[in-house]
Design a protein around this ligand. Sequence first.
Ligand SMILES: [Ca+2]
Length: 81
Amino acid sequence: MFTLVSDDWLNLSGITQYGLFPAFGDLDGDNDDDMLLGNADGTLIYYQNTAGPGLVCNFVLPSPSIRVLILETIVRLKSLM
Ligand SMILES: [Ca+2]
């Protein structure tokens, strides 16, 4: 059985995106799962988990410079695959 905690998790209703698809993994190398939201137009939104390993996730939008660095790294890694 599940309990509805929020109908606007992370205030995602304020994002002017549609068709959001989440994916989770440790993108910044600190041993906790961060979140990428892909949307229908092909862009990605990076949320950093600031909680730490083994704790309940706390996803936040990092500074623009950190977001760009992480996303550039992902694109670079995908080009090597
Ligand atoms: Ca992480």
